[in-house]
Design a protein around this ligand. Structure first.
Ligand code: NAD
Length: 724
């Protein structure tokens, strides 16, 4: 097997159906088999799962369901067969024997087991299976979790390479190859950390909120900390991994000295408090009330506000007091355990860092934390606790971060880098990448970078999200003191900067992942092309803030809609753009952004986040050959009658849904006016500049209105739109 096109997944449960969906997302054919009708039911239920496993409803068409009892020959043409049935070695082994009778020579079989070693799966296996069987350990949910651990064992290297390629390039996973050791990498350390954190919290009488506050943000670990994480993963699954580590790890392993916590988990399972899927775990909800469990009595009470803590691991472990001592007890042992995993689990410490970053969402891996705390300092303090670190201490190979780029220009909001080959890269770096005046300034500098000899620009960020849009706090602050001139100037600066980007003499490629909302989305609409990560959530959501897009978003969407359906007159594009903006639709994937007209056919999708910037650079370089900027366009505008048609549609919808406010209707009218060119004559196309002017006038008017300011205030305070 040198390539993978056809796949099969056996077991259509939580993981199997999720893996099958994600393979279909990547355009691979999937046969999905389970007992009886389970696969067909799982396929039908995919659209109801949360978070959505499919990038678009069309992807589901690549999945064919089948019954294990009768349809096993459906796997006959599969290049790769994933087994994701119950965690039972006998069941898995007997399945492999059946598969061997039908699968094609050269196909590869992989198990998604989280706890059974490869050598146990192979015990008594059909002759030759050891050359074809590997473990591919996906994390839940498979579409979103970036880590994929592969245990290649003795499988054919060419087949493992082909598997790694498809997982990396098409499924978008960060692939980490592991030895055949219990829990592989991420769970081996992650479960040790969780066990230690729970056991120490119990022994010290801490509350779950206190423990989670310590084990979360100050350590660069997701805010769910440890108890919150258990609720997400589910206590049942955790018990399974625990039991397997108990069974498989040698007596001398520090795992067996993790402070007692299994009894607590058993009691929680006994009362049905197994996590979010069950509706309650260490935390629960009662309407708007957030509850937390009392670890001694296992009864719920109101969750307390988390304590204030220092922001760095070092300050945290040195602050003393019950929480500081707790932090040290857990972190010190966890870091020592990570060090002891080398070389048995992997001889590359940086892979442990990578696995914890991608599999557990840690900002820094254990070896990065060891560097930060100081290895000698850590060793001395651990020695006082009777814990020895390995000699010499394993060190992660240095990760190259930005060392191969020079700065061209920059300020607090964005930096323009020289990334070689004549490509300048504009990196956005405000909080949530909200667009402020300083960022606009740098966008204008980037648009003029051809003057310094550059051939292409890429706009990107290292953050999870591209941009939440214009800095509303800034807008609101100006509005509250009636600084209208400055507000209008901010609007004009946005239009000028985005316009300069659109008409720059070199191509501009936006590299987007995560949210690109409002002004962030408008920024991308002004790029020549977009390289989008699969999980791109794009949308013009301005109406939620009581506005319409005012930095060229209305005009660009109109242009795109017109280009995708030429010759149909001005009304269909106006209607399409109107529906997308008036309903503040946000794509749930890059694929869907394309369906909404926010991305174009020429825009490209990168499944692997790690490759996004490199792919965007390649794209920009391709476009730079013989590039010429677009000419300002003429737009066919529907004029007053078109506006009346759109407005009527909005009112009919309002009557049907009932949930629409007068201000929603007002915004819809304003939007309809912009998208139909105001008083334009429908027989005469208007220059695109005129639509921009209408946008600007609409925003200048709306931003002075009380209801708009109330919407912005509410959005900033609660993160949710106000329907006033
Ligand atoms: P699940 O219980 O949701 O699904 C298992 C599926 O296998 C069910 O649909 C069931 O009908 C089918 N099945 C049961 N017995 C079978 C048999 N004898 N032959 C064929 N099919 C059978 O389980 P899951 O959570 O999807 O886990 C599947 C595998 O993935 C397990 O090996 C598990 O350890 C591993 N895993 C799970 C997670 C997770 O978070 N759930 C994460 C990583 C790995």
């Amino acid at each position: 097997m040198t390539t993978v096109e056809r796949t099969a997944v056996i077991g259509a449960g939580t993981m199997g159906a999720g893996i099958a969906a994600h393979m279909a997302n990547a355009g691979l054919w999937v046969a999905m088999l389970d007992l009886g009708d389970a696969a067909a039911s799982a396929l039908a239920a995919l659209p109801d799962r949360s978070p959505p496993p499919l990038v678009s409803s069309a992807a589901a068409r690549l999945i064919r369901p089948g019954r294990l009892e009768h349809d096993l020959d459906m796997v006959a043409d599969a290049d790769w067969i994933v087994e994701a049935i119950v965690e039972d070695a006998d069941a898995k082994r007997s399945l492999y024997a059946r598969l061997d009778a039908v699968r094609k020579p050269g196909s590869i079989v992989s198990s998604n087991t989280s706890t059974i070693p490869l050598h146990e799966l192979l015990a008594g296996a059909p002759y030759g299976l050891e050359r074809d069987l590997v473990i591919t350990h996906f994390f839940n949910p498979p579409r979103y979790m970036r880590l994929l651990e592969i245990v290649p064992g003795g499988a054919r290297p060419d087949a493992v390479d082909a598997l790694e390629r498809v997982c990396d390039l098409r499924l978008g996973k960060t692939v980490v190859r592991c030895n055949d050791t219990p829990g592989f990498i991420a769970n081996r350390l992650g479960v040790f950390w969780i066990g230690t954190a729970i056991g120490e919290a119990l022994a010290r009488g801490l509350t779950v909120e206190e423990a989670d506050a310590v084990m979360g943000a100050p350590l660069g670990i997701p805010r769910t900390g440890v108890f919150g994480l258990m609720d997400i993963v589910g206590l049942g699954l955790h018990e399974q991994v625990n039991a397997s580590l108990d069974r498989l790890l040698p007596a001398g392993d520090a795992w067996h000295r993790v402070p007692a916590h299994a009894d607590l988990l058993r009691r929680m399972v006994a009362i049905g408090a197994t996590g979010r899927a069950a509706g309650r775990g260490f935390y629960a909800r009662d309407g708007a009330r957030r509850l937390a469990i009392d670890l001694a009595t296992l009864t719920y009470r109101d969750a307390a506000r988390p304590p204030r803590l220092p922001r760095s691991p070092r300050e945290l472990v040195e602050m003393g007091g019950p929480l500081g001592e707790y932090a040290w007890a857990v972190l010190g042992r966890t870091l020592a355990y990570a060090a002891a995993m080398v070389p048995e689990v992997t001889d590359r410490p940086e892979l442990i860092d990578l696995a914890m970053r991608r599999g557990y969402g840690w900002e820094r891996g254990p070896f990065e934390m060891i560097e930060e705390l100081g290895a000698d300092h850590l060793a001395a303090r651990l020695a006082r606790d009777g814990i020895a670190l390995p000699e010499p201490m394993p060190r992660a190979a240095a990760v190259r971060r930005g060392s191969d780029r020079d700065r061209i220009a920059g300020n607090d909001s964005a930096t323009l880098w020289d990334t070689g080959d004549g490509v300048a890269c504009l990196e956005l770096h405000t909080k949530a990448n909200a667009v402020d005046a300083a960022m606009l300034e740098m966008i204008a500098v980037a648009a003029a970078v051809a003057d310094r000899g550059y051939r292409a620009v890429v706009v990107c960020t290292e953050d999870a999200h591209f941009s939440v849009g214009a800095n509303l706090a800034h807008v609101l602050a100006l509005a509250n003191v009636a600084a209208w001139d400055r507000l209008d100037a901010f609007g004009a600066a946005g239009r000028a900067a985005f316009g300069a980007l659109k008409f720059a003499p070199v191509p501009v490629v936006g590299a987007v992942a995560g949210r690109a909302l409002g002004g962030g989305c408008e920024l991308l609409l002004h790029c020549d092309a977009v390289q989008a990560h699969t999980d791109t959530y794009m949308g013009l959501v301005e109406v939620g803030a009581g506005l319409v897009p005012g930095w060229g978003g209305c005009r660009e969407l109109l242009l795109r809609a017109a280009a995708s359906a030429p010759g149909g007159g001005p009304m269909p594009p106006a209607r399409q753009a109107y529906e997308t903006i008036a309903t503040a639709r946000v794509s749930t994937s890059a694929q869907e952004a394309r369906e909404l007209g926010l991305l174009r056919a020429r825009d490209r999708i990168t499944p692997n986040r790690d490759r996004l910037l490199a792919d965007a650079r390649t794209f920009a370089l391709e476009l730079s050959d013989g590039y010429s900027p677009p000419d300002p366009a003429m737009i066919a505008a529907a004029g007053r009658s078109g506006r009346a048609t759109l407005a009527l549609g909005a009112r009919q919808l309002a009557r049907r849904d009932g949930a629409v406010t007068d201000y929603d209707l007002r915004l819809a009218d304003v939007l309809a006016g912009v998208l139909t060119g105001g008083d334009a004559d429908p027989t005469e196309p208007v220059p695109e500049r005129e639509i921009s002017e209408l946008e600007a006038a609409a925003v200048a008017d709306l931003v002075r209105r009380e209801q708009t300011l109330a919407r912005m205030t509410h959005l900033l305070e609660t993160g949710r739109p106000l329907r006033n």
